[in-house]
Ligand binder design. Structure first.
Ligand SMILES: [Zn+2]
Length: 495
């Protein structure tokens, strides 16, 4: 989950318990409520949903809720006509939330994967398609030093590295399991369709797609091993006593170096603890290093839940410089993903700009159009029988992104006028880019910048210290594909 404020006021529930005896204050009951609507439960004023803590409503998937209540609250719910059945009574919150998340077996069931089983499956896929798939580590986790893997899928993988790169990633938050499953489902689907489906074949020919199914490997293991379904942050031992206890850890999606200080929380115990300094956590730093190397044109970052897409941004009332295009793309992607209920599609909404999240960093620093897809509805991970449906629906979102990533756009290739060596240079669109974002630069290795644009006329200023700047006026970007401009920079004459 990203930046939502708890939907309902927990204050309502504070007014309830004092009516009853002291013994009623602890929520020791896990109750299932059938045939219930979110609005009815909310209006009851008895229990509330909290995005970040297992309080009150633990899940509400389709029309079944699981709630954590006191005896008095359970009675009140029954009196109000809710169809309640007690699933478990226990003084341990952990046991209750495990029962709610994992079901009667108290274990995570297939088709969910552990990060190990997921990477084993990726490796079989790689062996079956060696010319398409490459697997490589991008770093190690902060606490347990486990490798974090990226999977590159492209025709002639490892060659023609100047093609536009696209990133798909999941599980910054380890209990938001669907992201990893969508990443894996995507790899299976495109590997099987390459050479058969003309669109998929074209995408793998034109792009390099980098998939990081599980960013928060340590936390993911805690959730998938059945230990603790609440685990969202990484496993940083924040008090340094050698043991990691819930809710320790750093929120990896508040640890990025873009408006870091304004985002998340400085409170170590918060589920949105931003960490001691930007990129203090090696998981976030690994994604940043990968992004600096690949210069992703666009990306999808999976979180859960809500069936909504957040995109850059609204920042003190200001929109992102590329607002028109970002909004059009976000709406397109959202409109292509059918909700679990099947009667409507995901919604697109502005995300907050003043947060140290991955999407603000990717867009603000590097110019990557990142779309945060909050997938699934009603729980940080939905029951196992719902997984394949959510994965299939979300593949359409990725395919919509890939269609838009084919252009229209501008490819600027910057070289030294004399040596022909590729140059990293600032490629500034003064009519678009404000000071809210860092200047976009061409890649040091290739001298190339890919930039998606609305069709139209653009002025561009290309500059690099030690060279004479070049101004391109009224460059026409057509309705489709890449408009290419070769720019050679002349060194300023030495004094
Ligand atoms: Zn999340």
């Amino acid at each position: 989950m990203m930046a939502r404020i708890p939907v309902l006021l927990c204050a309502i529930l504070l007014s309830v318990p004092p009516l009853f005896g002291q013994g009623d204050l602890r929520r020791t009951l896990l109750v299932r409520i059938d045939s219930v609507r979110e609005t009815d439960l909310a209006k009851s004023g008895i229990i509330a949903y909290d995005d970040y803590r297992p309080r009150g409503i633990l899940s509400l998937v389709r029309d079944t809720a699981q709630v954590l209540v006191t005896h008095a609250e359970a009675e009140l719910l029954r009196e109000r006509g809710f169809r309640c059945s007690v699933l478990m009574e226990d003084t341990s919150e952990l046991q209750l939330v495990r029962r709610a998340a994992y079901g009667a077996t108290m274990r995570l069931e297939p088709p969910y994967h552990s990060s190990m089983s997921l990477m084993r499956e990726v490796d079989s896929l790689r062996k079956a398609h060696p010319s398409l798939i490459r697997v490589f580590p991008i770093g190690n986790t902060t606490q347990e030093h486990q490798p974090i893997y990226a999977v590159k899928i492209a025709a002639r993988v490892g060659k023609d590295n100047d093609r536009p790169s696209i990133l798909i990633n999941g599980c910054h938050h380890s209990n938001e399991l669907l992201g990893a499953e969508i990443c894996l489902g995507f790899l299976h689907d495109v590997a099987a369709k390459y050479g058969k489906d003309p669109e998929v074949t074209r995408w793998l020919d034109e792009f390099q797609i980098v998939v990081v199914p599980v960013v928060n490997v340590d936390g993911h293991n805690v959730v998938t091993s059945g230990q603790d379904p609440r685990w969202r942050k990484n496993r940083r031992d924040t008090d340094g006593d050698g043991e990691v206890r819930y809710p320790e850890g750093v929120d990896l999606n508040r640890n990025y170096n873009f408006n870091w200080a304004q985002g998340g929380s400085g409170d170590v115990g918060s589920e949105r603890y931003r960490g001691p300094f930007p990129f203090s956590e090696s998981e976030a730093a690994a994604i940043a290093a990968l992004a600096r190397e690949e210069r992703f044109l666009c990306s999808i970052t999976y979180h859960s839940q809500g069936e909504v897409i957040y995109y850059p941004w609204t920042w003190g009332g200001r929109k992102a410089p590329d607002d028109r295009l970002l909004t059009a793309m976000a709406r397109d992607i959202a409109g292509s993903i059918v909700t679990m209920r099947g009667d409507t599609c995901y919604k697109a909404e502005y995300g907050a700009g003043l947060v140290g999240q991955s999407y603000t960093w990717l867009y603000g620093t590097l110019g990557t159009f990142d779309f945060v897809v909050e997938t699934g509805k009603g729980a940080s991970f939905v029951p196992p029988h719902e997984v394949n449906g959510v994965v299939r629906a979300n593949l359409q979102g990725i395919y919509t992104l890939l269609r838009r990533a084919e252009g229209p756009g501008l490819l600027v290739h910057v070289t030294d006028a004399v040596t022909r060596v590729p140059l990293s240079a600032e490629v500034w669109f003064p009519g678009i880019e404000t000071e809210d974002v860092q200047r976009r630069t061409s890649h040091p290795r290739s001298g190339i910048l890919h930039r998606l644009l609305m069709p139209g006329l653009y002025d561009i200023i290309i500059s690099r210290p030690g060279y004479r700047p070049v101004v391109l006026e009224k460059i026409l970007v057509g309705p489709s594909g890449w408009t290419v401009r070769e720019v050679s920079l002349q060194k300023t004459s030495p004094r």
